[in-house]
Design a binder for this molecule. Structure first.
Ligand code: UD1
Length: 417
Protein backbone atom coordinates (compact mmCIF):
# COMPACT_ATOMS: atom_id res chain seq x y z
CA UNK A 1 0.00 0.00 0.00
CA UNK A 2 1.59 3.30 -1.02
CA UNK A 3 2.01 6.25 1.28
CA UNK A 4 3.06 9.89 1.05
CA UNK A 5 6.17 11.18 2.82
CA UNK A 6 6.46 14.91 3.42
CA UNK A 7 9.35 16.80 4.98
CA UNK A 8 7.59 19.91 6.18
CA UNK A 9 8.77 23.49 6.30
CA UNK A 10 9.38 24.35 2.63
CA UNK A 11 7.77 27.60 1.58
CA UNK A 12 5.56 26.93 -1.47
CA UNK A 13 6.01 29.26 -4.42
CA UNK A 14 5.27 29.14 -8.13
CA UNK A 15 2.44 28.35 -10.47
CA UNK A 16 0.25 25.34 -11.24
CA UNK A 17 -2.83 24.72 -13.30
CA UNK A 18 -5.86 23.38 -11.42
CA UNK A 19 -7.52 20.11 -12.48
CA UNK A 20 -11.07 19.71 -13.76
CA UNK A 21 -13.75 19.37 -11.07
CA UNK A 22 -14.26 15.91 -9.61
CA UNK A 23 -17.80 16.80 -8.59
CA UNK A 24 -18.58 17.83 -12.14
CA UNK A 25 -16.88 15.15 -14.20
CA UNK A 26 -18.79 12.29 -12.54
CA UNK A 27 -22.31 13.58 -13.35
CA UNK A 28 -21.22 14.69 -16.83
CA UNK A 29 -19.81 11.21 -17.55
CA UNK A 30 -23.08 9.71 -16.31
CA UNK A 31 -24.93 12.07 -18.67
CA UNK A 32 -23.01 10.79 -21.70
CA UNK A 33 -24.88 7.49 -21.29
CA UNK A 34 -28.13 9.34 -21.90
CA UNK A 35 -26.94 10.85 -25.17
CA UNK A 36 -26.96 7.62 -27.22
CA UNK A 37 -24.15 8.99 -29.31
CA UNK A 38 -20.45 9.83 -29.24
CA UNK A 39 -19.41 12.40 -26.61
CA UNK A 40 -15.98 13.90 -25.99
CA UNK A 41 -15.31 15.29 -22.52
CA UNK A 42 -12.18 17.38 -21.97
CA UNK A 43 -10.40 18.53 -18.81
CA UNK A 44 -11.20 15.25 -17.02
CA UNK A 45 -8.86 14.82 -14.07
CA UNK A 46 -6.99 11.53 -13.60
CA UNK A 47 -8.68 10.18 -10.48
CA UNK A 48 -9.70 6.77 -9.23
CA UNK A 49 -13.33 8.00 -9.20
CA UNK A 50 -13.05 8.81 -12.91
CA UNK A 51 -11.60 5.32 -13.51
CA UNK A 52 -14.60 3.87 -11.67
CA UNK A 53 -16.97 5.91 -13.87
CA UNK A 54 -15.21 4.56 -16.97
CA UNK A 55 -15.69 1.02 -15.61
CA UNK A 56 -19.39 1.68 -14.95
CA UNK A 57 -19.91 3.04 -18.47
CA UNK A 58 -18.18 0.01 -19.99
CA UNK A 59 -20.15 -2.28 -17.72
CA UNK A 60 -23.34 -0.78 -19.17
CA UNK A 61 -22.10 -1.92 -22.58
CA UNK A 62 -21.01 1.49 -23.91
CA UNK A 63 -17.59 2.28 -25.32
CA UNK A 64 -15.38 4.46 -23.14
CA UNK A 65 -11.74 5.50 -23.48
CA UNK A 66 -9.64 7.94 -21.49
CA UNK A 67 -6.65 9.46 -23.25
CA UNK A 68 -4.83 12.08 -21.20
CA UNK A 69 -7.51 14.37 -19.86
CA UNK A 70 -10.10 13.50 -22.49
CA UNK A 71 -12.75 10.83 -22.09
CA UNK A 72 -14.61 9.66 -25.17
CA UNK A 73 -17.86 7.81 -24.65
CA UNK A 74 -19.76 6.00 -27.37
CA UNK A 75 -23.20 5.26 -25.97
CA UNK A 76 -24.93 4.41 -29.25
CA UNK A 77 -25.09 0.87 -27.96
CA UNK A 78 -26.02 0.09 -24.36
CA UNK A 79 -26.70 -3.44 -23.17
CA UNK A 80 -27.15 -3.31 -19.40
CA UNK A 81 -29.08 -1.29 -16.85
CA UNK A 82 -27.24 -2.54 -13.78
CA UNK A 83 -24.55 -0.97 -11.63
CA UNK A 84 -23.08 -3.86 -9.67
CA UNK A 85 -22.30 -3.79 -6.00
CA UNK A 86 -18.50 -3.74 -6.34
CA UNK A 87 -18.55 -0.59 -8.50
CA UNK A 88 -21.15 1.05 -6.28
CA UNK A 89 -18.93 0.37 -3.27
CA UNK A 90 -15.88 1.83 -5.02
CA UNK A 91 -17.70 5.11 -5.41
CA UNK A 92 -20.87 6.08 -3.55
CA UNK A 93 -21.46 8.92 -5.96
CA UNK A 94 -22.11 6.35 -8.71
CA UNK A 95 -25.73 6.89 -7.63
CA UNK A 96 -25.69 9.74 -10.17
CA UNK A 97 -25.84 7.09 -12.90
CA UNK A 98 -29.34 6.24 -11.68
CA UNK A 99 -31.14 9.11 -13.46
CA UNK A 100 -29.08 8.62 -16.63
CA UNK A 101 -29.65 4.87 -16.87
CA UNK A 102 -33.40 5.11 -16.19
CA UNK A 103 -33.62 7.95 -18.70
CA UNK A 104 -31.94 5.83 -21.34
CA UNK A 105 -33.21 2.33 -20.54
CA UNK A 106 -36.48 2.91 -18.68
CA UNK A 107 -35.05 0.96 -15.77
CA UNK A 108 -32.00 0.73 -13.55
CA UNK A 109 -30.75 -1.75 -10.97
CA UNK A 110 -28.25 -0.38 -8.53
CA UNK A 111 -26.86 -1.71 -5.34
CA UNK A 112 -28.13 0.36 -2.41
CA UNK A 113 -25.53 3.07 -1.64
CA UNK A 114 -25.80 2.80 2.17
CA UNK A 115 -23.37 4.79 4.33
CA UNK A 116 -19.89 6.12 3.68
CA UNK A 117 -16.95 7.65 5.55
CA UNK A 118 -18.94 10.84 6.10
CA UNK A 119 -21.92 9.11 7.73
CA UNK A 120 -25.27 7.99 6.35
CA UNK A 121 -25.80 8.96 2.72
CA UNK A 122 -29.54 8.64 2.15
CA UNK A 123 -31.04 8.89 -1.34
CA UNK A 124 -34.66 9.24 -0.30
CA UNK A 125 -34.95 12.62 -2.05
CA UNK A 126 -33.65 11.12 -5.32
CA UNK A 127 -36.08 8.20 -5.13
CA UNK A 128 -39.10 10.22 -4.12
CA UNK A 129 -38.57 12.61 -7.07
CA UNK A 130 -38.16 9.70 -9.49
CA UNK A 131 -41.39 8.16 -8.17
CA UNK A 132 -43.18 11.38 -9.08
CA UNK A 133 -41.76 10.98 -12.58
CA UNK A 134 -43.26 7.51 -13.05
CA UNK A 135 -40.60 5.26 -11.52
CA UNK A 136 -41.49 2.29 -9.32
CA UNK A 137 -38.81 1.47 -6.78
CA UNK A 138 -38.48 -1.87 -5.02
CA UNK A 139 -35.65 -3.03 -2.80
CA UNK A 140 -34.43 -6.61 -2.92
CA UNK A 141 -31.30 -8.14 -1.39
CA UNK A 142 -29.58 -4.77 -1.10
CA UNK A 143 -30.43 -3.80 -4.70
CA UNK A 144 -32.79 -1.06 -5.79
CA UNK A 145 -34.90 -2.01 -8.78
CA UNK A 146 -36.16 1.16 -10.44
CA UNK A 147 -38.55 0.79 -13.36
CA UNK A 148 -40.52 3.30 -15.39
CA UNK A 149 -43.12 0.92 -16.89
CA UNK A 150 -44.94 3.65 -18.82
CA UNK A 151 -41.78 5.70 -19.45
CA UNK A 152 -40.66 8.76 -17.53
CA UNK A 153 -42.85 11.84 -17.39
CA UNK A 154 -42.19 15.38 -16.25
CA UNK A 155 -43.25 16.47 -12.77
CA UNK A 156 -43.38 19.40 -10.39
CA UNK A 157 -40.79 18.59 -7.73
CA UNK A 158 -40.00 20.36 -4.49
CA UNK A 159 -36.82 19.29 -2.74
CA UNK A 160 -37.03 19.59 1.05
CA UNK A 161 -33.25 20.11 0.98
CA UNK A 162 -31.31 21.39 -2.06
CA UNK A 163 -29.42 18.12 -2.51
CA UNK A 164 -26.73 18.22 -5.17
CA UNK A 165 -27.04 14.53 -6.06
CA UNK A 166 -30.85 14.59 -6.16
CA UNK A 167 -30.87 17.70 -8.37
CA UNK A 168 -28.45 15.96 -10.77
CA UNK A 169 -30.48 12.76 -10.90
CA UNK A 170 -33.71 14.66 -11.54
CA UNK A 171 -32.12 16.72 -14.34
CA UNK A 172 -30.79 13.52 -15.93
CA UNK A 173 -34.11 11.70 -15.70
CA UNK A 174 -36.10 14.73 -16.88
CA UNK A 175 -33.93 15.60 -19.89
CA UNK A 176 -35.65 13.02 -22.12
CA UNK A 177 -38.85 12.49 -20.10
CA UNK A 178 -42.24 13.20 -21.63
CA UNK A 179 -43.28 16.72 -20.69
CA UNK A 180 -41.82 19.34 -18.42
CA UNK A 181 -40.20 19.14 -15.02
CA UNK A 182 -39.68 21.92 -12.54
CA UNK A 183 -37.31 21.49 -9.60
CA UNK A 184 -38.07 23.88 -6.75
CA UNK A 185 -35.38 24.43 -4.10
CA UNK A 186 -32.81 22.94 -6.47
CA UNK A 187 -29.09 22.86 -5.65
CA UNK A 188 -27.26 25.88 -7.08
CA UNK A 189 -23.69 24.52 -7.10
CA UNK A 190 -21.60 25.39 -10.19
CA UNK A 191 -21.31 21.66 -10.92
CA UNK A 192 -25.08 21.58 -11.52
CA UNK A 193 -24.71 24.31 -14.14
CA UNK A 194 -21.86 22.40 -15.75
CA UNK A 195 -24.07 19.33 -16.07
CA UNK A 196 -26.92 21.41 -17.52
CA UNK A 197 -24.53 23.13 -19.96
CA UNK A 198 -23.27 19.78 -21.20
CA UNK A 199 -26.78 18.36 -21.59
CA UNK A 200 -27.96 21.51 -23.37
CA UNK A 201 -25.09 21.20 -25.83
CA UNK A 202 -26.33 17.64 -26.42
CA UNK A 203 -29.82 18.92 -27.29
CA UNK A 204 -31.51 19.12 -23.87
CA UNK A 205 -33.63 22.10 -22.85
CA UNK A 206 -32.71 22.95 -19.27
CA UNK A 207 -33.25 26.46 -17.95
CA UNK A 208 -32.43 28.16 -14.65
CA UNK A 209 -29.46 26.08 -13.51
CA UNK A 210 -27.51 28.03 -10.91
CA UNK A 211 -30.79 29.31 -9.47
CA UNK A 212 -33.10 27.50 -7.07
CA UNK A 213 -35.74 26.83 -9.74
CA UNK A 214 -34.71 24.66 -12.66
CA UNK A 215 -37.01 23.91 -15.58
CA UNK A 216 -36.43 21.01 -17.87
CA UNK A 217 -38.45 20.65 -21.05
CA UNK A 218 -38.17 16.98 -21.96
CA UNK A 219 -36.86 16.33 -25.48
CA UNK A 220 -37.29 13.13 -27.44
CA UNK A 221 -33.63 12.42 -28.00
CA UNK A 222 -30.19 13.82 -27.22
CA UNK A 223 -27.17 13.71 -29.48
CA UNK A 224 -23.40 13.67 -29.04
CA UNK A 225 -21.51 16.70 -27.75
CA UNK A 226 -18.08 17.94 -26.81
CA UNK A 227 -17.58 19.62 -23.47
CA UNK A 228 -14.80 20.81 -21.12
CA UNK A 229 -15.26 20.24 -17.38
CA UNK A 230 -15.12 23.34 -15.14
CA UNK A 231 -12.13 23.84 -12.81
CA UNK A 232 -12.16 22.17 -9.40
CA UNK A 233 -12.82 24.81 -6.72
CA UNK A 234 -12.04 22.38 -3.90
CA UNK A 235 -8.67 21.36 -5.36
CA UNK A 236 -7.94 25.08 -5.78
CA UNK A 237 -8.81 25.68 -2.11
CA UNK A 238 -6.49 22.83 -1.13
CA UNK A 239 -3.48 24.30 -2.93
CA UNK A 240 -4.27 27.76 -1.51
CA UNK A 241 -4.24 26.19 1.96
CA UNK A 242 -0.86 24.56 1.25
CA UNK A 243 0.56 27.98 0.38
CA UNK A 244 -1.11 29.64 3.39
CA UNK A 245 0.38 27.26 5.99
CA UNK A 246 3.90 27.39 4.53
CA UNK A 247 4.14 31.18 4.36
CA UNK A 248 4.10 30.80 0.58
CA UNK A 249 2.91 32.62 -2.49
CA UNK A 250 1.43 30.64 -5.37
CA UNK A 251 -0.57 31.31 -8.50
CA UNK A 252 -3.33 28.94 -9.55
CA UNK A 253 -4.27 28.93 -13.19
CA UNK A 254 -7.41 27.53 -14.78
CA UNK A 255 -9.71 28.47 -11.90
CA UNK A 256 -13.12 30.15 -11.88
CA UNK A 257 -12.88 32.87 -9.21
CA UNK A 258 -16.67 33.53 -9.27
CA UNK A 259 -17.17 29.93 -8.05
CA UNK A 260 -14.77 30.54 -5.17
CA UNK A 261 -16.15 33.62 -3.43
CA UNK A 262 -16.65 31.99 0.00
CA UNK A 263 -13.26 30.24 -0.26
CA UNK A 264 -11.42 33.43 -1.21
CA UNK A 265 -13.18 35.23 1.62
CA UNK A 266 -11.97 32.60 4.10
CA UNK A 267 -8.34 33.05 3.05
CA UNK A 268 -8.66 36.84 3.24
CA UNK A 269 -10.09 36.52 6.76
CA UNK A 270 -7.04 34.41 7.70
CA UNK A 271 -4.82 37.31 6.64
CA UNK A 272 -3.81 36.08 3.17
CA UNK A 273 -3.65 38.39 0.22
CA UNK A 274 -5.53 37.19 -2.81
CA UNK A 275 -5.26 38.63 -6.28
CA UNK A 276 -7.58 37.67 -9.10
CA UNK A 277 -6.70 38.08 -12.73
CA UNK A 278 -9.14 36.49 -15.16
CA UNK A 279 -8.91 32.74 -14.63
CA UNK A 280 -6.00 32.86 -12.21
CA UNK A 281 -5.69 33.52 -8.48
CA UNK A 282 -2.54 34.39 -6.58
CA UNK A 283 -2.50 33.83 -2.84
CA UNK A 284 0.24 35.10 -0.50
CA UNK A 285 0.42 34.09 3.11
CA UNK A 286 0.85 36.61 5.93
CA UNK A 287 3.64 36.35 8.48
CA UNK A 288 1.20 34.59 10.81
CA UNK A 289 -2.29 33.40 9.92
CA UNK A 290 -5.07 34.73 12.13
CA UNK A 291 -8.28 33.29 13.52
CA UNK A 292 -11.54 33.79 11.64
CA UNK A 293 -15.13 34.40 12.72
CA UNK A 294 -17.18 31.16 12.89
CA UNK A 295 -17.19 29.32 9.55
CA UNK A 296 -20.31 27.30 8.70
CA UNK A 297 -20.57 24.85 5.83
CA UNK A 298 -23.66 25.59 3.78
CA UNK A 299 -25.09 24.92 0.37
CA UNK A 300 -23.65 27.04 -2.46
CA UNK A 301 -22.84 29.94 -2.40
CA UNK A 302 -22.14 29.23 1.27
CA UNK A 303 -18.86 27.74 2.43
CA UNK A 304 -18.51 24.25 0.85
CA UNK A 305 -18.58 21.24 3.15
CA UNK A 306 -15.76 19.73 1.06
CA UNK A 307 -13.50 22.67 1.93
CA UNK A 308 -14.21 22.26 5.67
CA UNK A 309 -11.29 19.92 6.46
CA UNK A 310 -8.99 22.13 4.37
CA UNK A 311 -10.02 25.27 6.26
CA UNK A 312 -9.72 23.49 9.57
CA UNK A 313 -6.14 22.41 8.82
CA UNK A 314 -5.29 26.06 8.09
CA UNK A 315 -6.90 27.22 11.34
CA UNK A 316 -4.71 24.78 13.30
CA UNK A 317 -1.86 27.22 12.54
CA UNK A 318 -3.75 30.51 12.96
CA UNK A 319 -3.29 32.80 15.92
CA UNK A 320 -6.32 32.50 18.20
CA UNK A 321 -9.33 30.21 18.50
CA UNK A 322 -11.71 29.55 15.62
CA UNK A 323 -14.96 27.60 15.35
CA UNK A 324 -16.12 25.51 12.39
CA UNK A 325 -19.69 24.25 12.12
CA UNK A 326 -20.37 21.35 9.73
CA UNK A 327 -23.98 21.56 8.62
CA UNK A 328 -24.12 19.12 5.69
CA UNK A 329 -22.72 15.77 6.85
CA UNK A 330 -23.14 14.14 10.25
CA UNK A 331 -19.79 12.44 10.62
CA UNK A 332 -17.23 14.61 8.96
CA UNK A 333 -14.71 15.18 11.74
CA UNK A 334 -13.01 11.78 11.88
CA UNK A 335 -9.83 13.21 10.36
CA UNK A 336 -9.41 15.61 13.30
CA UNK A 337 -8.09 12.72 15.43
CA UNK A 338 -5.34 12.32 12.83
CA UNK A 339 -4.67 16.08 12.80
CA UNK A 340 -4.11 15.93 16.56
CA UNK A 341 -1.10 13.67 15.91
CA UNK A 342 0.61 16.77 14.49
CA UNK A 343 0.01 18.59 17.77
CA UNK A 344 -3.11 20.38 16.48
CA UNK A 345 -5.52 21.50 19.18
CA UNK A 346 -8.97 20.56 17.93
CA UNK A 347 -12.04 19.66 19.97
CA UNK A 348 -15.19 18.42 18.31
CA UNK A 349 -18.69 17.83 19.55
CA UNK A 350 -21.54 16.98 17.20
CA UNK A 351 -21.28 19.32 14.28
CA UNK A 352 -18.93 21.82 15.95
CA UNK A 353 -15.14 21.90 15.91
CA UNK A 354 -13.16 24.34 18.05
CA UNK A 355 -9.61 24.93 16.87
CA UNK A 356 -7.00 26.58 19.02
CA UNK A 357 -4.31 27.69 16.58
CA UNK A 358 -0.66 26.80 17.31
CA UNK A 359 2.44 28.63 16.09
CA UNK A 360 3.83 25.34 14.70
CA UNK A 361 2.99 21.67 14.19
CA UNK A 362 5.30 18.68 14.45
CA UNK A 363 5.62 15.75 12.01
CA UNK A 364 3.41 12.71 12.48
CA UNK A 365 2.55 9.28 11.13
CA UNK A 366 -1.08 9.37 10.19
CA UNK A 367 -3.73 7.80 7.95
CA UNK A 368 -6.41 9.32 5.74
CA UNK A 369 -9.97 8.63 6.87
CA UNK A 370 -11.62 10.16 3.77
CA UNK A 371 -10.78 12.24 0.71
CA UNK A 372 -10.85 15.80 2.05
CA UNK A 373 -9.71 14.71 5.51
CA UNK A 374 -6.69 13.25 3.72
CA UNK A 375 -6.03 16.62 2.08
CA UNK A 376 -6.10 18.21 5.55
CA UNK A 377 -3.30 15.84 6.63
CA UNK A 378 -1.19 16.83 3.61
CA UNK A 379 -1.64 20.50 4.53
CA UNK A 380 -0.63 19.87 8.15
CA UNK A 381 2.40 17.80 7.08
CA UNK A 382 3.64 20.55 4.73
CA UNK A 383 3.75 22.95 7.67
CA UNK A 384 5.02 20.50 10.30
CA UNK A 385 8.58 20.25 11.53
CA UNK A 386 10.14 16.96 10.40
CA UNK A 387 9.10 14.08 8.15
CA UNK A 388 5.47 12.92 8.19
CA UNK A 389 4.05 9.73 6.73
CA UNK A 390 0.49 9.69 5.39
CA UNK A 391 -1.08 6.30 4.83
CA UNK A 392 -4.36 5.17 3.20
CA UNK A 393 -3.76 7.60 0.35
CA UNK A 394 -6.26 5.83 -1.90
CA UNK A 395 -8.75 8.28 -0.36
CA UNK A 396 -6.72 11.21 -1.73
CA UNK A 397 -6.39 9.56 -5.14
CA UNK A 398 -10.18 9.62 -5.46
CA UNK A 399 -10.15 13.38 -5.85
CA UNK A 400 -6.70 14.85 -6.52
CA UNK A 401 -4.91 14.53 -9.84
CA UNK A 402 -1.17 14.26 -9.18
CA UNK A 403 -1.17 16.14 -5.89
CA UNK A 404 2.38 14.91 -5.20
CA UNK A 405 3.70 16.23 -8.54
CA UNK A 406 1.87 19.54 -8.15
CA UNK A 407 3.18 20.14 -4.64
CA UNK A 408 6.70 19.20 -5.74
CA UNK A 409 6.43 21.77 -8.55
CA UNK A 410 5.58 24.33 -5.88
CA UNK A 411 8.70 23.39 -3.92
CA UNK A 412 7.43 20.85 -1.40
CA UNK A 413 9.71 18.04 -0.24
CA UNK A 414 7.22 15.26 -0.94
CA UNK A 415 7.30 11.76 -2.32
CA UNK A 416 5.02 8.79 -2.78
CA UNK A 417 6.37 5.34 -1.98
C1 UD1 B 1 -22.41 16.69 -1.24
C2 UD1 B 1 -22.26 18.20 -1.21
C3 UD1 B 1 -21.61 18.63 -2.50
C4 UD1 B 1 -20.30 17.89 -2.64
C5 UD1 B 1 -20.51 16.38 -2.59
C6 UD1 B 1 -19.22 15.60 -2.67
C7 UD1 B 1 -23.78 19.91 -0.34
C8 UD1 B 1 -25.15 20.39 -0.21
N1 UD1 B 1 -23.57 18.81 -1.05
O1 UD1 B 1 -23.22 16.36 -2.35
O2 UD1 B 1 -21.39 20.03 -2.50
O3 UD1 B 1 -19.70 18.24 -3.84
O4 UD1 B 1 -21.15 16.08 -1.36
O5 UD1 B 1 -18.57 15.51 -1.47
O6 UD1 B 1 -22.86 20.51 0.18
N2 UD1 B 1 -29.70 14.04 1.86
C9 UD1 B 1 -30.84 13.37 2.28
N3 UD1 B 1 -31.54 12.65 1.34
C10 UD1 B 1 -31.16 12.55 0.05
C11 UD1 B 1 -29.99 13.24 -0.36
C12 UD1 B 1 -29.29 13.97 0.57
O7 UD1 B 1 -31.21 13.42 3.43
O8 UD1 B 1 -31.83 11.89 -0.74
C13 UD1 B 1 -28.93 14.83 2.84
C14 UD1 B 1 -27.56 14.20 3.12
O9 UD1 B 1 -27.63 13.25 4.14
C15 UD1 B 1 -26.73 15.38 3.50
C16 UD1 B 1 -27.29 16.49 2.65
O10 UD1 B 1 -28.60 16.09 2.27
O11 UD1 B 1 -26.95 15.73 4.84
C17 UD1 B 1 -26.41 16.83 1.45
O12 UD1 B 1 -26.63 15.96 0.49
P1 UD1 B 1 -26.32 16.08 -1.05
O13 UD1 B 1 -26.13 17.47 -1.51
O14 UD1 B 1 -27.31 15.23 -1.72
O15 UD1 B 1 -24.95 15.32 -1.07
P2 UD1 B 1 -24.10 15.04 -2.29
O16 UD1 B 1 -24.87 15.03 -3.54
O17 UD1 B 1 -23.26 13.87 -1.92
Amino acid sequence: MSEILIKGGNRLTGKISVQGAKNSVLPVLAATVLCGDRCVIHNCPTLSDVETSVKIIRNLGCGCEKTGNTVTVDSREITSFEIPDDLMREMRSSVVFLGAVIGRMGKAYISSPGGCELGPRPIDLHLSALKHMGVTVTEEHGYLHCTAEQGLHGAEIHLTFPSVGATENIILAAATAKGNTTIHNAAKEPEISDLADFLNSAGARIYGSGSDTIQIYGVEKLHGAEHAIIPDRIAAATYMACAAVTGGKITLENVMPPHMVSILWFFKECGCETEISGKSVTVSAPERLCRVPTVRSLVYPGFPTDAGPIALAVLCLAEGTSVFVENIFENRFRYTDELKRFGAQVKTQGKIAVVEGRPALSAADCACTDLRGGAALVIAALAADGVSTIKEIHHIERGYDDIVGNLRTLGADIQEQ
